[in-house]
Design a protein around this ligand. Structure first.
Ligand SMILES: NC(=O)c1ccc[n+]([C@@H]2O[C@H](COP(=O)([O-])OP(=O)(O)OC[C@H]3O[C@@H](n4cnc5c(N)ncnc54)[C@H](O)[C@@H]3O)[C@@H](O)[C@H]2O)c1
Length: 270
């Protein structure tokens, strides 16, 4: 599988899904910029990846909500690699709160990281790619919650829905310039974020597992990274504007115990 370009930026690449994506792109021959607000984490990861793969991984501190650090990060990436043809907008974060208890600052911060961040990074990278005149691929990391309604995530869900619509509009704008823009929507995935927040344990973990229609397990960063690499490759040359769920089928599940519960209730007797 050949990538459309061998130079990539992955935001939030220090850990979790972003790190998995960086590894998969490097597996396919790319050199990668890990653009993360966690400078130390990104540096450690970049050293490990550079030791493991043929390409180079470099860490650049970047807060995706701040256009100055975003522009500087993209300029430095281009200086380092000569060009950038792949952008993965992966950085994201949210604290849970229901709408009527949501601090305004938390709403604004989440929309800033999850929606405004992808806009700022996309704008900066597109300006470079359009000037350079080569093909490119952008992948935005959305979420199952862009379409599902999960209590306590109104800000995150609204921002991720915005990301999927933003994906379509940029795809339409940039398609004639040889730039494809897609998104992935992961379900519950094992990362430092979900592990630290206890989202894979106890009743909540069981609920996620019950929703999965494939093997009864959580997603791994590599599951998401495989689809991102495909979208950045020539195999996906006729795919743009799409959001692809990477969730083991969680989004198609209605009542997980519909049949079994009816059976227990005797609905199928005689
Ligand atoms: N893990 C899941 O179950 C899951 C499910 C659906 C979608 N997602 C999405 O996947 C993406 C990655 O999530 P994860 O679980 O790997 O999270 P994570 O918290 O483990 O990693 C996120 C990374 O983003 C970085 N980051 C946070 N704010 C930033 C900012 N302002 N600028 C630059 N970097 C910043 C963090 O430092 C961290 O390295 C997010 O967009 C998240 O919404 C995750």
């Amino acid at each position: 599988m050949r990538l459309v370009n061998n130079h990539a930026i992955v935001t939030g690449g220090a850990q979790g899904i972003g790190r998995g994506i960086a590894e998969e792109l490097m597996e396919h021959g790319a050199s990668v910029v890990l653009a993360d607000i966690d400078e130390e984490g990104a540096r450690e990861t970049s050293e490990e990846l550079t030791e493991t793969y043929d390409g180079e991984a470099i860490a650049i501190r970047c807060d995706v909500t701040d256009s100055e650090t975003v522009d500087r990060m993209v300029d430095r990436s281009v200086d380092q690699f000569g060009e950038i043809g792949i952008l993965v907008n992966n950085a994201g974060a949210a604290d849970l709160a229901r709408t009527w208890e949501m601090p305004e600052s938390e709403w604004r911060q989440t929309v800033d990281v999850c929606l405004n961040g992808p806009f700022l990074c996309t704008k900066a990278v597109l300006n470079h790619v359009l000037d350079a005149g080569h093909d490119g691929a952008i992948v935005n990391v959305s979420s199952l919650n862009y379409s599902a309604a999960t209590d306590g995530l109104p800000h995150y869900s609204a921002a991720k829905a915005g990301v999927s619509q933003f994906t379509k509009v940029v795809a339409a704008e940039a398609g004639r310039h040889g730039i494809r823009v897609n998104a992935v929507a992961p379900g519950s995935t094992r990362t430092p974020m979900t592990e630290e927040n206890g989202l894979l344990e106890g009743k909540i973990g069981e609920e996620f597992l019950d929703r999965t229609v494939l093997e009864r397990r959580f997603g791994e960063p590599g599951d998401v990274a495989n689809v991102v690499a495909f979208l950045c490759s020539e195999y996906a040359q006729w795919v743009t504007g799409e959001t692809i769920y990477v969730d083991g089928g969680q989004h198609i599940r209605g009542l997980h115990s519909y049949w079994d519960t009816l059976d227990e209730m005797g609905a199928f007797e005689d």
